[in-house]
Design a binder for this molecule. Structure first.
Ligand code: SF4
Length: 574
């Protein structure tokens, strides 16, 4: 079984715009927040917004102050007028493409036309179009209802934005036959038609279609309907739990698509579940699950840091590097593990499988990180007073920064809220423990040590940006705090390439000036993996958590593995 994911799956332009506007408003402040009706037809998005303090509100009259968002599907003319009288800030999130349909209905009704809407009469958007079309607007659900319209004066036909394009064509033709003076405008939005076209095109390669989206989402239901029209079994699921493993095993090629209001994390989880079912069938499920859990539990940090520690010893010609690297690796592993466990506690419950894994095993993993911290401190005692002192201080700083209980007594609480402070802190810790401290304690202060530490810093920061750029809006909705959420995509991409270039320049400077050994050139695969990861993750729709972390952390491993192996092959010298 293969899982093919439609490129158009997930948030459309209008939903993306609405969510961005809500998040921007939340950053500005203007509580309490409420949304009039369902912002979009998706329970996970509604829940995520509620968790961020945006509650659903059917009676805004009860709001004495605050901000009210108007949903993407539009608000009827009469209701809009009433809401504008209230003493609250109104933020209209009506999709501009819905707005175009409303404006057309208003204009044509004003010109004396009888407006006819093709769509679902119970859908909010259609109710709005009818309200803008005045008393003249009528609704039909398909060509078979054209006969019931009777006599019309200058009929004008338009459509619900998420209508099936084929139904529109058939209805338009029937209307033209019945009303030769028909005027019409196809108001099906581009995003909907592209999604439907892609589905029809990909159906020939699939045995069944899985459509992810809210049960009350009209455009999601229409996708399932189109798949069935193409002769394929279609499964409309809201979450991965709705998938029937036995049923899905019957199909070789599964096409995965999603409605316009389906968040990326829902699609990713359904995709991961389908891949798991695929793995079970091909007997690679256990291997995949093992690797996935190893990455979720941050266990890969140990070999990655060890490879980088060995690489540092190689390029800086350090002796007796094993215990220093072991000490740094244990500390960094413990810090990553504890941070992940703590963050999983306050991330959104419908987050990725990684959060679920961390929450399910939080007690064991917390004790494991405590054990790793203790082991790291124990090893530091064999390395001298400076190592013990530095590790003790770093541990205290880490706990004050990360552990919520400790943060209450932490005098610099503002540091935690600095955008990207977590990534900068880890980048600093990696370069300090794996490069600067071993280099300094082994052979004193050298320019080469600084160059190597700088390379690690920029490589690690680039790796963080790469991972955080994958699902910027999903992360923001789930309340995560990353550099791209604050800086935006364009600036973060620029920052990513700046890190890439800075690491490359330091590499060139270290090698050309002879401050670092020629083995430093073997750091190049790390940079190349980072760049490849950027292009691959940018092209693959909804990459799995495993793929994302393999590529991001793979760049660190690739940077260290060759110099590290060279060191081992040389019996301790490169
Ligand atoms: S499907 Fe189209 S009309 Fe509806 S919200 Fe998205 S972009 Fe706007």
């Amino acid at each position: 079984m293969g899982v093919m994911t439609a490129r158009t799956a997930g948030f459309c332009w209008g939903v993306r715009r609405a969510v961005d506007m809500v998040l921007a408003e939340l950053r500005r402040g203007g509580e309490p927040y409420a949304v009039y009706g369902q912002l979009v037809h998706n329970p996970q998005v509604i829940q995520a917004l509620e968790d961020r303090g945006v509650r659903l509100c059917d009676h805004p009259e009860s709001m004495g102050s605050g901000t009210l968002f108007l949903r993407t599907h539009g608000t009827t003319l009469e209701r809009r007028r009433e809401l504008c009288e209230l003493p609250i800030a109104i933020r209209d999130l009506t999709c501009p493409r819905v707005g175009r349909a409303l404006a057309l209905a208003w204009k044509k009704a004003g010109e004396g036309c009888d407006v006819v809407v093709l769509g679902d009469p119970d859908h909010q958007e259609v109710r709005c179009i009818v309200s803008y079309g005045g008393g003249r607007a009528r609704v039909i659900t398909g060509p078979e209802e054209v006969g019931s319209l009777g006599e019309l004066h200058r009929p004008f036909l338009l459509s619900q934005t998420t209508q099936n394009t084929e139904t529109w064509e058939r209805t338009r033709k029937r209307m033209e036959e019945a009303y030769p003076d028909l005027e019409y405008s196809c108001t099906i939005c581009n995003s909907t038609s592209l999604r439907q076209e892609e589905l029809r095109r990909l159906c020939v390669k699939a045995d069944c279609v899985v459509v992810v989206g809210g049960r009350n989402s009209a455009n999601t239901a229409r996708l399932a309907e189109i798949a069935r029209e193409q002769g394929l079994p279609a499964f409309h699921v809201e979450t991965q739990d709705d998938l029937d493993g036995n049923e899905m095993r019957r199909y070789e090629n599964v096409l995965l698509t999603a409605g316009a209001s389906t968040p990326s994390w829902s699609i990713r989880k359904v995709r991961e579940r389908l891949l798991e079912i695929q793995g079970g069938r091909l007997r690679i499920g256990r291997v995949r699950r093992f690797l996935q859990n190893a990455v979720y539990g941050n266990f890969h940090v140990l070999p990655v840091t060890f490879a980088l520690g060995a690489a540092g010893a190689c390029v800086m010609s350090l002796e007796r590097w094993v215990f220093r690297t072991l000490c740094a690796s244990l500390f960094l592993f413990a810090a990553h593990l504890l941070t992940s466990v703590l963050e999983s506690g306050y991330s959104h419950p419908s987050g990725l499988g990684r959060q679920e894994f961390l929450r399910d095993h939080s007690r064991l993993l917390t004790w494991l990180s405590v054990g790793a911290f203790a082991s790291s401190l124990a090893v530091s005692f064999t390395l001298g007073a400076l190592w013990s002192l530095v590790l003790g201080l770093m541990l205290a700083a880490f706990l004050l920064y990360s552990v919520p209980l400790m943060r209450r007594v932490y005098p610099f609480r503002g540091l935690r809220t600095l955008p990207g402070s977590r990534d900068l802190m880890f980048a600093g810790a990696w370069s300090f423990l794996l490069a600067f401290l071993p280099g300094y304690t082994a052979s004193g202060f050298h320019t080469g040590t600084l160059l190597w530490a700088g390379m690690l810093f920029f490589l690690f920061l680039g790796r963080c940006l790469l991972a955080d750029l994958v699902d910027l809006q999903g992360d923001a909705l789930m309340g995560m705090d990353t550099i791209p959420i604050h800086a935006g995509r364009a600036r973060s991409v620029f920052l990513f390439w700046t890190c890439f270039a800075a690491a490359g320049l330091l590499l060139a400077a270290g090698t050309l000036t002879g401050r670092l050994g020629t083995a430093t050139l073997l750091f190049m695969p790390g940079l190349l993996t980072l760049a490849a990861g950027f292009f691959i993750l940018g092209r693959v729709p909804f990459p799995s958590e495993l793929a994302k972390r393999t590529l991001a952390d793979g760049s660190l491993f690739a940077a260290g593995i060759l110099p590290g192996l060279m060191l081992l092959a040389g019996g301790g010298s490169c």
